[in-house]
Write a protein that binds this ligand. Sequence first.
Ligand code: FPP
Length: 239
Amino acid sequence: MRSDNSLLTHVGIIMDGNGRWAKSRGLPRIDGHKAAEESIHEAVEYCGEIGIRYLTLFAFSTENWKRPRAEVSFIMFLLSRFIKRNVDNLDRKDVRIRATGRLDDLPSKPRADLDAAISRTESNQGLNLILALSYGGRAEIVDAVKSLTEEIQSGRKSVMDISEEAINSHMYLPDVPDPDLIIRTSGEIRLSNFLLWESAYSELYFTDVLWPDFRRRHMQEAFVDYKSRRRRFGDIDGN
Ligand code: FPP
């Protein structure tokens, strides 16, 4: 689903560079993930303040399960701790916590904490903070194709009903507009399986800043850059 051309409604962030940040300080990788929390705070605060409607953070990919078991466990611990420490404050700020990805893959503790935060903030009307967890763009497309195929097999839909809209309605969060802007930190210039279907017309912004160093001024720079672009959605005049 496309959002208005002139507005910045949905921002996605690939939070990369935690490991390199730690390594450059002679620290273990997990310290980089720990330091990432402050950047998440600033991003959420800033987006809330300026009225961004959706912020999707790529916190854990389907590929990240291949990392050493201790690092995976620590990231899951950080997720639980982040939710428990921040849910009161986020709720007060009218933030709605949501998640996208193969959430059934998550260990029971972080999954329960996440579910509780999602239910508690369900009716909030402010920023939608979407945590992409065990998320992969290809996995999301596979899951959408499976559930659409089930509808066809059951006779509720026919092959003729397959359309972009029908596929979209089977994605994890069909009500969320496509990201207008995707930011990736740490100098890598690729999407790495983030929101593949949804990013068809997203503007992409890459910065060398490592995620634990990413502050509101960096976000402002990304937004100024975005505003200077003319989005055409394949059209000649941007309509
Ligand atoms: C990328 O840096 C970061 C990750 C794969 C994990 C991100 C996880 C968090 C920020 C913490 C958990 C989430 C929440 C919501 C508290 P990298 O390790 O790939 O860095 P590198 O490329 O420099 O090695």
